[in-house]
Design a protein around this ligand. Structure first.
Ligand code: NAP
Length: 275
């Protein structure tokens, strides 16, 4: 990643912070966005002390003006933008869909679907000009499987998968690739917060989801943080460029196969999109 520039939305907390740290350690110049000034400052301070080139830009991901200004600032100071990681997320309301608070539900779609579109459009003003770049959209099994009582999150991630697929086709003749990245359940960020909140919550639906997440964790089916982060780094540096538009899972083996004596990209070794 030496010499490249990355933008990570929501890069100060949870998985976003781990992605920022890992990409920075690989030599990338890192820009992070978010709304929480204190968290942005804390992350910049800590990672700068570790020798990482990082800058924070306060920007709500649904604010088109703020995101366009963020990209303009990045291009201005670093002269490039190689990778956009659409990581920012709203976990959404939990409960029966029949009664769910409409405004909270719609807000989740704005942050999780419109947000990545806004960030992608801003990034593409530069990437299209240079004919090069990668966009990585963070998805979740919640976007493929049924996740009753968490429809705001589930529906938003399903929509994001389609945004990835369609955008990848539209950009197919350019040098720009687009991925959905499923890190799996990780003991970090919203999963950890969700489990903690569920323990003390009087919302039976949240408690139910929390119990299920604890079972998945105790069954050993969480993705280790280093695996979730490691595959994101490989995506960012181009190891999966042949699979633009696809869902890449944290534990996919991004192999290169030899065909007719020539090295060509193969499919993710396990040949599946979601378990
Ligand atoms: N953790 C997991 O196990 C897991 C599993 C599957 C998929 N994922 C995906 O991985 C990504 C990161 O999740 P996480 O667990 O790290 O979440 P998290 O800890 O809740 O962090 C969410 C991040 O999004 C930012 N954010 C929220 N609303 C925003 C807005 N309107 N504008 C700008 N930034 C905003 C937050 O920063 P501010 O508060 O400063 O705005 C924060 O940095 C998400 O896309 C999630 O769906 C996570």
């Amino acid at each position: 990643m030496q010499g490249s520039t990355v933008l990570i939305t929501g890069g100060a907390k949870g998985l976003g912070r781990s992605f920022s740290e890992a990409l920075g350690r690989e030599g990338a110049r890192v820009f992070i966005t978010g709304r929480d000034t204190m968290a942005l400052d804390d992350t910049v301070k800590a990672l700068t002390a570790d020798g990482i080139a990082i800058e924070a830009i306060r920007a709500d991901v649904v604010d088109r003006g703020a995101m366009q200004a963020a990209v303009a600032r990045i291009v201005d100071v670093s002269g490039r933008l190689d990778v956009l990681v659409n990581n920012a997320v709203d976990p959404g309301p939990v409960g029966p869909t029949a009664d769910v608070d409409f405004d909270a539900w719609w807000y989740t779609q704005r942050v999780n679907v419109a947000g990545p579109l806004v960030a992608a459009q801003a990034a593409l003003t530069f990437m299209n000009r240079v004919g090069r770049g990668r966009i990585i959209n963070l998805v979740s099994p919640a976007g493929v499987h049924r996740w009753p009582y968490a429809t705001a999150y589930s529906v938003s991630k399903a929509a994001l998968l389609k945004l990835t697929e369609n955008l990848a086709v539209e950009l197919g003749s350019t040098g720009i690739t687009v991925f959905s990245y499923n890190p799996g359940f990780v003991d970090a960020g919203l999963t950890r917060t969700g489990i903690e909140l569920a323990e003390s919550s009087d919302n039976p639906w949240l408690r139910r989801i929390g119990r299920w997440a604890v079972k998945v964790r105790d069954d050993g089916d969480f993705t280790p943080l280093d695996v979730a982060v490691g595959t994101l780094v490989r995506l960012a540096r181009g190891d999966a460029d042949a699979w633009s538009g696809r869902v890449i899972n944290a534990d996919d083996d991004l192999v290169t196969v030899v065909s007719g004596g020539e090295r060509v990209p193969g499919s993710p070794a396990n040949g599946r999109e979601f378990r």
